[in-house]
Design a protein around this ligand. Structure first.
Ligand SMILES: [Zn+2]
Length: 190
């Protein structure tokens, strides 16, 4: 699957937002990819899962583990592509944990799947959940890599779409100076 094909899917789902956005980091940005708007379409989600599956198949994962909520849908689809189970970790008193009876065996080969990796903080935390259970993290992957190659994980990492993100400090933002209203991603859909 090429980057152009991935971008086409985002455009067709109106998930490639252009304008003036306040990111969860507090920084302002002229563009944003809203993965949820693609993943709401099961067929597109399956296509992206198959694309990621092809990138990570050789890692030999036995189980996909995703952080809730953003990673759940694509984790399910990567699990489908690889023919393995897909489970998720979720926050309990601020810490990611396996709940709902989900468990990992010692030595189990785990692939961490995310929708977007930016600082890779939640990816690391999800890897820690697997390792704390004695599992072996064989790799990580995401639909979109916004880290600029700086995710710095100690396992193989793959993404369908490397995305350089332009960001501005809120007090030094050219879009603010132009008087363009700033919106939170997700609060407006083209
Ligand atoms: Zn701004």
């Amino acid at each position: 699957m090429t980057e152009a094909e991935v971008l086409t899917i985002f455009r067709q789902s109106s998930a490639l937002l252009e304008g003036h956005f306040r990111l969860s980091s507090g920084l302002h940005s002229p563009g944003y990819l809203q993965c949820a708007l693609v993943l709401q379409h099961p067929r597109e989600a399956e296509t992206l899962g198959a694309g990621l599956g092809a990138l990570v198949r050789s890692l030999g994962a036995q189980t996909v583990l995703s952080p809730a909520l953003g990673g759940i849908v694509i984790g399910q689809e990567v699990g489908r592509a690889l023919g393995v189970r897909a489970i998720f970790a979720e926050r309990q008193e601020g810490m990611l944990a396996l709940r709902r009876g989900f468990a990992l065996d010692p030595g189990e080969r785990v692939l961490v799947v995310e929708d977007v990796v930016t600082t890779s903080g939640s990816t690391r935390e999800t890897m820690d959940v697997a390792r704390a259970a004695g599992a072996v993290v064989v790799g990580a992957c995401a639909i979109v890599d916004r880290s600029g190659g700086k995710q710095g994980l100690d396992v193989p990492f793959h993404a369908l779409l490397p995305m350089e993100v332009t960001t501005y400090q809120p007090d030094d933002c050219p879009l603010c100076r132009q008087g363009i209203p700033v919106t939170k991603p997700g609060s407006r859909v083209k």
